[in-house]
Design a protein around this ligand. Structure first.
Ligand code: MN
Length: 165
């Protein structure tokens, strides 16, 4: 799962973690949002799913109002260790620029199957229908990440702030 992540990076040059795809020890799964000053500023939203950080680049940043929908472009899985990474990716390397943590915390999966039982987060991700409640400092409450056919690109998702129930 981390093949693409590793292929894109020269770990002799970047201080980003090599990663080992091990499970997080805390009970609730974690999320992190990186503020990434690369060629273009964007925010990387990462959710712990199946022992890795599933990742999306959100050019305009996570929505903070229920009516906002933000494009979220799926990117390669990142290792769990990336959740605490901050630093400078050197010029010439993939994603060159400054990375800081914009927000981090835990999340709860709230996606339900048709019968009302909880859909495992891995299935929700595979179906492109993620619904979670974030418990962060900036990201709080229910959010959806929904895969769209927008622009005919399978990697295009929308990040939506849902109304609190
Ligand atoms: Mn990035």
């Amino acid at each position: 799962m981390l093949k693409e992540y590793k292929a894109k990076r020269d770990f002799k040059k970047t201080s980003e973690p090599v990663g080992s795809s091990k499970k997080h020890s805390s009970k609730d799964p974690v999320f992190v949002v990186h503020e990434h000053h690369a060629r273009a500023l964007h925010y990387d939203v990462r959710l712990e799913i199946g022992g890795v950080l599933k990742s999306w680049a959100v050019p305009k940043g996570p929505p903070l109002n229920p009516s906002d929908k933000r494009l979220a472009v799926a990117t390669e899985d990142h290792p769990m260790e990336y959740g605490s990474f901050e630093g400078e990716i050197p010029q010439g390397e993939y994603g060159a620029g400054t990375v800081t943590i914009w927000d981090t915390g835990t999340y709860q999966n709230i996606k339900q199957k048709k019968d009302g039982s909880e859909m495992p987060i891995k299935s929700a991700a595979a179906q492109g229908q993620i619904e979670v409640v974030f418990a962060g400092k900036k990201l709080k409450g229910p959010y959806a990440l929904v895969r769209t056919a927008f622009g005919g690109e399978k990697k295009n998702w929308l990040m939506i702030k849902m109304k609190a129930r």
